[in-house]
Design a protein around this ligand. Structure first.
Ligand code: CA
Length: 231
């Protein structure tokens, strides 16, 4: 699984817990403590799913939910609401406002991950497909194997994540910074040349002899998976 998830929660320990667990599942996490920032963050990059706390300082989770639902560009983004135990009546209202699901705090992390998977499978199968393929290249998220034709490639975990990220959105150009954030994580202390080094190694594993290179270098910008690869 590799979805982009926006966490809106004012309690820092819960944000950290969510980030840790979601990233362990392979998801990409952005977070904020403020409902006011949600519209901007969604405009910046549309998340595959939003985890939204009910009680926020400033505008409430329910208002955030309502405003996401009111705009055509964010209407279809799945929302899971987090509520406190005492808010039974409000939970019902949350669902009525358009949340796809809700969980009561303190929630169980495996339960949350299972709900996320169910929702993503419904609305965004690409994000959780077991396999990604293009031409003679096949990446298996379950077994963490990559094959080119009958040849199995030997990739490091970082190279695997790098290839997965690029294959998810063929043709989309990623800057080195975006790749650092998504593949290494925002807190990693590595510089942009690290990306080039790993792309170089990945290419070496991917293509032997005259096999076409599926990765496109976009000058002064970054890298993309060639959408014409194998076509
Ligand atoms: Ca809260």
């Amino acid at each position: 699984m590799s979805a982009s998830i926006l966490v809106v929660e004012d309690e820092e320990p819960i944000r950290m817990l969510l980030r840790y667990n979601l990233e362990s599942e392979g998801h990409r996490v952005r977070e904020t403590a403020q409902g006011e920032e949600v519209a901007f963050m969604v405009g910046e990059e549309r998340p595959d799913l939003v985890i939204l706390d009910w009680m926020l300082p400033g505008i409430s989770g329910i208002e955030v939910c309502r405003s996401l639902r009111a705009k055509p560009e964010s209407r279809d983004i799945p929302i899971i609401m987090l509520t406190a135990r005492s808010e039974e009546a409000e939970r019902v209202r949350g669902l009525a406002t358009g949340a796809d699901d809700y969980l009561v705090k303190p929630f169980s992390v495996p339960e949350l991950l299972a709900r996320i998977k169910t929702i993503l499978r419904r609305v965004n199968p690409e994000a959780i497909a077991d396999q990604l393929s293009a031409g003679d290249l096949m990446l298996d998220r379950r077994t963490l194997r990559v094959n080119r034709g009958v040849r199995e490639l030997s990739l490091s975990p970082t190279e695997f994540r790098l290839l997965e990220q690029l294959m998810r959105n063929p043709g989309r150009v990623y800057t080195r910074t975006q790749l650092l954030d998504t593949v290494w994580g925002r807190d990693a202390y590595v510089d942009e040349r690290t990306v080039d080094v790993h792309i170089g190694r990945l290419r070496k594993s991917l293509s032997r002899g005259k096999e076409p290179d599926p990765i496109r270098t976009v000058r002064a910008t970054g890298y993309a998976f060639d959408e014409r690869f194998g076509k």
